[in-house]
Write a protein that binds this ligand. Structure first.
Ligand code: MF3
Ligand code: CO
Length: 289
């Protein structure tokens, strides 16, 4: 007599496979046969991993809250770097950017025409009228999190204030497209539609990314993608959405002296907000903002 083997599910739930992700795998396979890109099991976080990522993300949010309550005109971006380093380390975490591919600081600070990857400096002071992105990434218990916010310093010109506010609307338009079993290109389409409506451009070459067990995982989240394109979003995936929205051209330059700082090619302002999200059975959950 043949005894059926009851295998535990690969997701780490402790349940038997047939009571857990079996139907999920059948569905995944069917979509793959129809030509959709589907995530591998390595991109589907286990319940234990999701708990770890949630804790990391919570610290990431706290770091940004700390920055938000202390940022003001007259400080240097290096001071923000010090806050991020000290808050993170004193809460048991490690700033993910520090020494990442040679990045010299604990946080990215990107001011006015800097699109992203700005390096904090004691020589860079925040002046009345500046807009600044602070991009915080944290490792806690081996799990990675990543989010960023914009800050307006003092009296910001109306056009720049609008750019900051509308860039958040673009991110939220993208968020509204997150649902299980939909292609991630729907997110990019919503973001670029929103940006176009305001007359802004969207950076194409730099995008969001899977995250959790590493800083940057698959998929690449293209904020200029077309609806229907790209990998399917499925429950258990964690990724960032972080559109860089420009007042002028979407083209940019990379600083040749430090190899990091990305600036708009026309010198006009750029704004970026970044959320980290988990795809759920019914929609999504924002883990970090
Ligand atoms: N938070 C940025 C991202 O979204 C980090 C860039 S890498 C760094 O990927 F080294 F510059 F921090
Ligand atoms: Co990111």
């Amino acid at each position: 007599m043949e005894v059926p083997v009851r295998r535990y599910c690969w997701c780490g739930s402790g349940k038997y496979y047939e009571n857990c992700h079996r139907d999920f795998d059948i569905r995944l396979k069917a979509f793959r046969r129809q030509g959709f890109r589907v995530p591998g099991h390595d991109l589907i976080k286990t319940p234990e991993q999701i708990e770890g990522i949630r804790r990391s993300a919570k610290l990431n949010v706290e770091v940004l809250d700390y920055v938000a309550s202390n940022i003001r005109a007259g400080i240097s971006t290096e001071e923000i770097d010090r806050w991020v380093y000290e808050y993170t380390v004193s809460h048991g975490g490690i700033p993910a950017p520090l020494h990442y591919e040679g990045f010299p600081k604990s946080v990215c600070t990107s001011r006015n025409d800097v699109v992203c990857h700005g390096i904090p400096s004691s020589k860079e002071l925040l002046l009345d009228g500046d807009i600044l992105n602070v991009d915080v990434s944290t490792v806690l218990g081996g799990y990675f999190s990543d989010s960023s916010r914009m800050f307006c310093i003092g009296n910001v010109p109306q056009a720049h204030r609008n750019l900051v506010d509308n860039a958040l609307l673009c991110l939220k338009a993208g968020l509204s497209q997150i649902k299980p079993w939909a292609p991630i290109g729907n997110v990019g389409q919503a973001i670029s539609d929103c940006a176009r409506k305001f007359g802004y451009s969207v950076v194409r070459e730099i995008g969001g990314h899977g995250i959790g067990l590493a800083f940057h995982e698959e998929p690449f989240v293209d904020h200029t993608a077309k609806a229907g394109a790209g990998m399917l979003m499925v429950p258990g995936m964690v990724f960032t959405i972080e559109p860089m929205i420009n007042l002028g051209t979407r083209r940019f330059t990379i600083d040749r002296r430090n190899g990091w700082t990305i600036r708009t090619a026309d010198g006009k302002a750029s704004a970026q907000w970044e959320y980290q999200v988990l795809v759920t059975e019914t929609g999504y959950e924002v883990l970090a903002w």
